[in-house]
Design a protein around this ligand. Structure first.
Ligand SMILES: Nc1ncnc2c1ncn2[C@@H]1O[C@H](COP(=O)(O)OP(=O)(O)OP(=O)(O)O)[C@@H](O)[C@H]1O
Length: 376
């Protein structure tokens, strides 16, 4: 029999949150929405004040075990979160009032040990090629000699497993730490490895944040020069909170040349400025269409708009990527162009972008050049 939300709430009513066992998790007002997906997997968060997190870990575990024991449950994803939305505790009438920091005042996320720089690749709207850019830019950074990780935080449409042709699940190491997957020399983590897309789509804001925080901090990234984060598209609350909670060294905005996309890109720039994250630059994607038959170029969506917008906003312009069949075909086949055609014209564009970004991050000196082989 399929598991229902009511079954889960009943099981959670048996989990106490205080030492005396007088208050249960459901009655405590600390429980988020409970989501049960079509594959009988259950997801929920437990709200805590940041200082309570170590003590409340026991409660999280007890809650997870209680739900896991229910017949028919195929998996449980229970997290602690310090982010309390306006609707928190919908399961209980006695929920406490939400506590949110006004934008720009929340503490910046803590650094991740071993990771030198974290950069976000973002877009004002979906479908502009943000993930394709993030993936090839990460490979470009690797090609210039850096140790690079890629975090797919696009929880509503994780695309890195497909773009990099990664199958399987990450290994769970000790203390609930996940081992990142590897592809083309990049360390990669994506929510797409852990849950199916449908489940992620129905997550509420705090669950999204909590999952992203886990992917950022509970993954054995090791020593990295740069961690590239593929952000969820848009400039809403979720993106703002993420930009605020992640210790970002800078952000890259991807746009297509259409006016509407550029208006959204401008919103992206101002969102990062609001949370004091420097803009490393704007990328114009799908700028020029190169005909696969005759090689002629046409500016289907206009041309040069992102460069002008970057100038207007006083932020760097990182380059333009043409709309080509080969980029799309290779991406769809899990063979990113920078990895499979490293000396081709498209890889050259992404590598030039990577160099500009690395120069800013490392102040022109920190980039290790690739080894030179001299034949005498
Ligand atoms: N320069 C390009 N030339 C041809 N196709 C491209 C190019 N850039 C991206 N694409 C294709 O456009 C589609 C959308 O790209 P991508 O998934 O990278 O966008 P996105 O902005 O991350 O989208 P979402 O908002 O859905 O996450 C994909 O099919 C991709 O292969």
């Amino acid at each position: 029999m399929a598991i229902t939300r009511e079954d889960v709430l009943k099981a959670l009513e048996a989990v106490p949150v205080d030492a005396g066992g007088r208050v249960n998790l459901v009655a405590s007002g600390r429980l988020s929405e409970v989501v049960v997906d079509g594959a009988s997997r259950v997801m929920f968060s437990v709200f805590v004040e940041p200082s309570e997190a170590p003590a409340m870990e026991q409660v999280r575990q007890a809650a997870q075990n209680a739900v896991q024991r229910l017949p028919g449950v195929k998996g449980v994803f229970a997290t602690l979160t310090a982010e309390r939305p306006a609707s928190a505790g919908a399961a209980t009438p006695q929920a406490q009032a939400p506590r949110r920091s006004p934008p720009g005042t929340a503490p910046k996320g803590q650094q991740i040990p071993g990771v030198k720089h974290i950069i976000a690749v973002a877009s004002g709207k979906g479908g502009v090629g943000k993930s394709t850019t993030a993936c090839n830019l990460a490979l470009g950074l690797k090609a210039i000699g850096l140790k690079v990780g890629l975090l797919d935080a696009d929880i509503y449409g994780p695309s890195m497993p497909k773009l990099l042709g990664i199958h399987g699940k990450p290994k769970l190491l000790e203390n609930r730490i996940l081992e990142p997957m590897e592809a083309y020399g990049l360390k990669v983590m994506s929510i797409g490895f852990l849950v199916d897309e449908e489940a992620a789509m129905i997550w509420r804001g705090p669950m999204v944040m909590s999952a992203i925080t886990q992917m950022l901090r509970e993954v054995a990234w090791g020593d990295l020069d740069v961690l590239v984060v593929d952000m969820p598209p848009g400039t809403g609350d979720a993106q703002l909170t993420m930009a605020q909670a992640t210790p970002l060294a800078g952000a890259i905005i991807v746009s297509t040349p259409q006016d509407l996309a550029l208006i959204d890109a401008r919103r992206g720039v101002s969102m990062f400025k609001r949370v004091e994250v420097p803009i490393l630059g704007i990328v114009e994607n799908m700028a020029t269409f190169i005909c696969p038959h005759c090689g002629q170029s046409s500016h289907i969506f206009g041309h040069g708009g992102a460069r002008m917008e970057a100038e207007r906003l006083g932020v760097p312009f990182l380059g333009e990527v043409p709309l080509t069949m080969s980029i799309r075909e290779l991406s769809d086949a899990g063979r990113p162009v920078v990895a499979v055609d490293p000396d081709g014209p498209h890889a050259a564009i992404y590598k030039a972008m990577a160099r500009q970004v690395a120069d800013v991050l490392m102040g022109h000196s920190g980039v290790r050049p690739p080894p030179r082989i001299v034949i005498e």
